[in-house]
Structures are given as structure tokens and as C-alpha cells.
Design a protein around this ligand. Structure first.
Ligand code: PMP
Length: 369
């Protein structure tokens, strides 16, 4: 048995892969053969239009998305959204506030600064970002505030905001959330947010589609001329079928959403994420060789960052784990160390195998001095 701990693209549920395999030569939609693979069929055909509508309905049900929010299936990844957010929401005479709590919110702020005025209102401590500044420690918001942006799970540094509603409360402008790396691993207070986006390739499907949930009154807010494919108003009006969407990726997302529903929805995803991450952090905390640098209150349930403190030993552990069928454990190239990404599709058996590897490696190191 092998387990893949990559940060994304990441493992998909085996049942979803099996369904894709069965559908590959000929897609069956609602039991009816479509005469071709989903990759070969028009996005304007009835089956695909039904599929994307069903995916949206499933997502709405899972996240309890209120009726005054639109769901968009876009391209360009979360990086596309780093630009799309200011282009759609930030007027020329306004300022956007960013909280920088890790590598991805830093990139989001830098990209946004290319398209408008931004101000950093909170900054975690680089380079580790082992804590997240609470709202009470943020700087005052600028005048003419368009929106407030944050990243609710920092994939590289392994921190997570566990009480997003507390960050959203009493904001003078809509909250924009990059939820890419913990999307659908827990319920989210959608109604407290103006906009939530997430690349699919961690918890929801393959790379190629980015999900955007946006409050209707924000569509067209900036009044700027922007590329149509990044324009929320254009995409909303066309029900995400303005141009050719990534049909295969959306199909795989639809299957993954059905899988999440069958497992018991986001309450079940959250319970499993708590079980997986608690077991893994406990094993790291027990170890005398490895440590998890992020403060317990901010530890991500999805991206478990750990290290020995010695790059050569970290590399030796990566090789040791690989020989036991555990892949993708190298930390992000910008940070080093080790990282286990344990998204929705990771079974507890994978975490148990990793814990056994941590313990065996430590015992071996102790023996060899
Ligand atoms: N935000 C977060 C939190 C991420 O984890 C990533 C990718 N790992 C990105 C943004 C960038 O996503 P993409 O590569 O899909 O543009």
C-alpha cells in the first residue's frame, strides 16, 4: 500500500478514481451512455449542463451557501484569483487590506499590488509564521476600504484559521478568503464572507478548475475593464459557461462532491480531519527527533509541517519514508523541512503508516547514534 502526502495536486478518493476509470471510454450520465468520454463532449450538451448544475447544487448544499451568492467554476488557479479579486472588487480610489500570515497570502498581496492600492494590516512572523495575529492585534483599516483579504489555511507554513467567523465579525468591508488548501474539509461561515475561492487540486478534484463563491452585490463592483474570463459578472451571467470550461476537471469535481456527500458531508470531513491531524501532531510532539513548529492553536489540519532541524536528516527521512511507500513528504521548496498534506481523501491508515515511519526512523537514529 502506498500513500501520497503531496500538497497538491493531491490524492483523490479511490472511489472517484475508479468511477473515472469506468467512465473513461464512455461517460455514463444518469445511467445513460453518452457515446464518448466526457473529455470529448461539448460543454453545451445537455449532459454536461446538467452535470455542472448538479455540482453547483451539491456544493451549495454541502456549504449551506445562501441564495444571494453565486458559484463560479473558473480557470487560472488561485493565482488567477490573486489578480481577479482586485480587478473585480477594487476601485481606483480605494484601498484593499491584506493579512499576511504565510507564503500564499504574501503572494496574494504582492499580486494585488500590481492592480491597485493595498495595505498590509496584519503580518505573521516570518519566516515560520507559527502563529496568526488575532483581529485585536491588526492595524486600523484604511479609509475607502474595498475589501479585507486573508488566507484561511497556509499550505506552505501549515497554519490554519480555526475560527474564521471571529475574523469576519464587524469588518467594515467584505472579507475575501483564499480557502484553497482546506476547502470542504470543514463547514465555513459563507454568509459572513464576501468571497471565497479555492483551487480544486487539494480537496476537491484535479488541477484546472477554481471554485469562486461570491456575494451577488460584489459582481461588477470595480467598474473596471478586465479580461472577460476573470470577470465575475461575465462568468455569473453565463453560469460559468462563458467560454469552454475545463470539462474533465469539473466532471471529477462533481464526482468528488458526491463522494463527500456519501461520506456524511462536511461534518464527517471535519471529524476525520481532526482525527488524522491530532494523531499525527501527537506523534510528532511525542518524538524527540521531530518537532512541529506551528503553535498548537494555529496548526493546520490539512498541512502538517514538521522537521528535525537538520536538512540532511530531513532528507534522510524523506528517503526512508519513500522506501516504505510514503511519498510527497518534502517541505515546500521555499521553506524546507517536512510536510505531510492530509486532505479529505487521506485515510487514517495513511496517517498510521506515517506515524509508524516516524517512530521507526527515530528508533533507527537512536541506535546508530
Ligand atoms: N493559495 C493557496 C493557499 C495555495 O495552497 C496555492 C497552491 N498551492 C495557491 C494559492 C496557488 O494556487 P494555483 O497554483 O492553483 O494557482
Amino acid at each position: 500500500m502506498t500513500f501520497n502526502f503531496s500538497a497538491g495536486p493531491a490524492m483523490l478518493p479511490p472511489e472517484v478514481i475508479e468511477q473515472i476509470r469506468a467512465d473513461l471510454p464512455e461517460w455514463h450520465w444518469r445511467g445513460v451512455g453518452q457515446g464518448a468520454s466526457v473529455m470529448e463532449l461539448s460543454h453545451r450538451g445537455r449532459a454536461f449542463e446538467e452535470l455542472i448544475a448538479e455540482a453547483e447544487a451539491d456544493l451549495r448544499a454541502l456549504l449551506a451557501i445562501p441564495a444571494n451568492y453565486r458559484v463560479l467554476f473558473m480557470q487560472g488557479g488561485a493565482w488567477g484569483q490573486f489578480a481577479a479579486v482586485p480587478l473585480n472588487l477594487l476601485r481606483e480610489d480605494e484601498v484593499a487590506a491584506y493579512a499576511v500570515t504565510g507564503g500564499w497570502s504574501e503572494s496574494a498581496a504582492k499580486e494585488a499590488a500590481r492592480f491597485g492600492r493595498i495595505e498590509i494590516v496584519a503580518r505573521g512572523e516570518a519566516p515560520g509564521y507559527t502563529t496568526i495575529p488575532p483581529r485585536s492585534a491588526w492595524a486600523a483599516f484604511p479609509e475607502r476600504l474595498a475589501y479585507v483579504a486573508l488566507c484561511s489555511n497556509e499550505t506552505v507554513h501549515g497554519n490554519e484559521i480555526h475560527d474564521l467567523a471571529a475574523f469576519a465579525r464587524d469588518l467594515p468591508a467584505p472579507l475575501v478568503v483564499d480557502a484553497s488548501s482546506h476547502f470542504l474539509s470543514r463547514p465555513m461561515p459563507v454568509a459572513e464572507c464576501g468571497l471565497i475561492y479555492a483551487g480544486a487540486q487539494k480537496n476537491v478534484g484535479p488541477a484546472g478548475v477554481t471554485i469562486v463563491i461570491v456575494r451577488e452585490d460584489l459582481l461588477g463592483r470595480s467598474g473596471r475593464v478586465i479580461p472577460s474570463v476573470l470577470d465575475y459578472a461575465v462568468m455569473a451571467k453565463a453560469n460559468s459557461l462563458f467560454n469552454t470550461p475545463p470539462t474533465f476537471a469539473i466532471y471529477a469535481v462533481a464526482l468528488t462532491l458526491q463522494w463527500i456527500k456519501r461520506q456524511g458531508g462536511l461534518a464527517a470531513m471535519e471529524a476525520r480531519a481532526i482525527e488524522r491531524s491530532q494523531a499525527l501532531y501527537a506523534a510528532i510532539d511525542r518524538s524527540r527527533l521531530f518537532r512541529a513548529p506551528v503553535a498548537p492553536a494555529f496548526r493546520s489540519r490539512m498541512n502538517v509541517v514538521f522537521e528535525t532541524g537538520d536538512p540532511a536528516r530531513d532528507a534522510a527521512f524523506v528517503r526512508f519514508a519513500e522506501a516504505r511507500g510514503l511519498s510527497g513528504l518534502k517541505g515546500h521548496r521555499s521553506r524546507g523541512g517536512l510536510r505531510a498534506s492530509i486532505y479529505n481523501a487521506m485515510p487514517m491508515a495513511g496517517v498510521e503508516a506515517l506515524i509508524a515511519a516516524i517512530e521507526a526512523f527515530e528508533a533507527g537514529e537512536a541506535q546508530h547514534g
